[in-house]
Design a protein around this ligand. Structure first.
Ligand SMILES: O=c1ccn([C@H]2C[C@H](O)[C@@H](CO)O2)c(=O)[nH]1
Ligand SMILES: [Zn+2]
Length: 138
């Protein structure tokens, strides 16, 4: 599956978004190394803090269907933004740990603007599992 096809998958995922509060629909398509494509969309809730973004929905769906960390080739995210969508900080954290440093991340919009980056580039100086072992000796 090429990037253009994965962008179409992300647009299809976006149509499944549940956004009665923001009316801001986002779609994600996550390509696994084995060729499977996992859709993600944002799913909102009247308790606003429980809203889940498209990016995290895609990763959590992939894990629920047997994928593990680093099992992915590419992530596409599409929003209805003026320029390419910018993932929130929570998603950048999850994309980095579950997708791995080098995961290509394609950010786009409905007009066809595209920004190609990587998981690590989207979250400099990230907190990670390694930091949990960096406590000073008591
Ligand atoms: O990259 C993004 C940015 C925002 N949202 C969602 C969260 C919320 O449902 C709505 C408005 O922030 O858009 C995503 O799903 N992905
Ligand atoms: Zn997010």
């Amino acid at each position: 599956m090429n990037t253009e096809q994965l962008i179409e998958e992300a647009k299809a995922a976006r149509l499944k978004a549940y956004t009665p509060y923001s009316n801001f629909k986002v779609g994600a398509a996550l390509l696994a190394r084995d060729g499977r494509v996992f859709h993600g969309c944002n799913v909102e809730n009247a308790a606003y803090g429980l809203c889940n973004c498209a990016e995290r929905t895609a990763f959590f769906s992939a894990f629920a269907q047997g994928c593990g960390p680093g099992d992915f080739d590419k992530l596409v995210v599409v929003g209805e933004t003026d320029g390419p969508i910018a993932p929130c900080g929570a998603c950048r954290q999850v994309i980095l740990e579950l997708g791995g440093n080098e995961l290509p991340v394609i950010l786009t919009n409905l007009k066809g603007d595209v920004f190609e980056t990587t998981a690590a580039a989207q979250l400099p100086n990230a907190f990670g599992g390694q930091d949990l072992k960096r406590k000073p000796a008591p």
